[in-house]
Design a binder for this molecule. Structure first.
Ligand code: ATP
Length: 321
């Protein structure tokens, strides 16, 4: 995939100033018979951001995306997408590209012919097919039948289809599914290229560490409710910093835990490392405490919580920080 994106852009829906969020919805609720998919969902996606929608199975990610794309209805709640009301998806959908669940492709047709059919339906020209294939690195496989594609190739063709209209907002549900590490790195480069050109991307995935490296804005869902939303800085402010420490010898782990606890710190053990409740300014003190007990540290590092750690930590707290 090539991360460069041409400057031209469709203007099929009213333009929203970049300062306005691309998506702003509040209080979304969606119930099915005997099941509540969304209880109270608030979602703000800043324009030009790469926003991660994160949550365990069944937390409401796909339902949220389906409602935003006009594929499902909501019971209560309101909001806007690209400045147009959520209740009128026809006004904003021409400027939205999406890949939800498996891409719908004709297996007996080639990738290029599939895109040709979709381009015709969308009313866009042949140049857009060439561009979408180039962006997703699918040019070489374009003339093979889709039935012969790997899962990763299908995903990439699905993303190419979503890019045909040069959307201002791209919504991708679990797009890294089926991609190998090279494909994932190419997707990352593609999405960064798109956002640097002004496209907004909303992406859901279970691969939290992948999203950590990819996204600049994070929304955590739990049981159909927004647990947290904000940028990396807000997430870090929400979370207590900690220091990771490891002694030179494994048998020193227990004495080191006791020493840190006696100095007033909470300590968790993770394999051969200790995660100590202490701020960056206390790292030197921890080193001195270890030395005072005759323990040499082989590792001492201030750690920001990973996305996964932040998520599980937030699950144990009240919604929002
Ligand atoms: P996953 O990560 O497994 O894809 P998700 O976060 O995308 O999960 P949703 O697919 O949005 O979650 O589902 C949220 C809840 O709504 C789940 O309990 C699911 O069973 C339920 N649900 C979704 N669609 C329907 C439907 N059409 N009928 C009944 N229940 C549904």
């Amino acid at each position: 995939m090539t991360p460069t994106v041409p400057r031209s852009r469709t203007t099929l829906s009213p333009l929203t100033p970049q300062a306005d969020p691309a998506i702003h919805v509040t209080g979304l609720r969606r119930t099915y018979p005997g099941r509540t998919a969304l209880r109270h969902l608030d979602l703000t996606v800043p324009a030009g951001s790469l926003t991660a929608l994160i949550g365990p199975n069944g937390s409401g990610k796909t339902t949220t995306m389906r409602i935003l794309l006009g594929l499902d209805r909501h019971d209560t709640g309101a909001g806007t997408v690209l400045g147009a009301p959520l209740t009128h998806p026809a006004r904003y959908l021409p400027a939205v590209g999406a890949l939800i669940e498996q891409p719908a492709l004709y297996p007996r047709l080639t990738g290029r012919t599939n895109l040709r059919v979709l381009a015709e339906l969308a009313g866009v020209g042949g140049d857009s097919i060439h561009r979408a294939l180039a962006l997703t690195g699918m040019e070489e496989q374009a003339d093979r039948q889709v039935a012969t594609y790997s899962l990763g190739m299908r995903q990439r063709l699905g993303i190419a289809a979503a890019l045909l209209t040069e959307p201002r907002l791209l919504v991708l549900d679990e797009p890294t599914n089926g991609l190998d590490p090279v494909g994932t790195a190419q997707l990352r480069a593609l999405l960064h290229g798109l956002t640097s050109d002004g496209t907004t991307v909303l992406i859901s995935s279970h691969q939290l560490n992948e999203l950590d490296a990819l996204c600049d804005h994070f929304v955590f869902l739990h049981q159909g409710t927004t647990l947290f939303q904000g940028d990396r800085e807000a997430l870090t402010t929400c979370q207590q910093a900690f220091v990771e420490a490891a002694p030179e010898r494994a048998e020193q782990l227990v004495p080191l835990i006791q020493a840190f606890e006696a100095a007033g710190h909470g300590v968790r053990r993770h394999e051969n490392r200790l995660l100590v409740d202490a701020g960056p300014e206390q790292a030197g003190d921890l080193n001195r405490v270890a030395a005072a007990h005759g323990i040499t540290l082989a590792h001492l590092a201030v750690r920001r919580p990973t996305l996964e750690e932040a998520f599980f930590s937030l699950l144990g707290q009240e919604p929002q920080c």
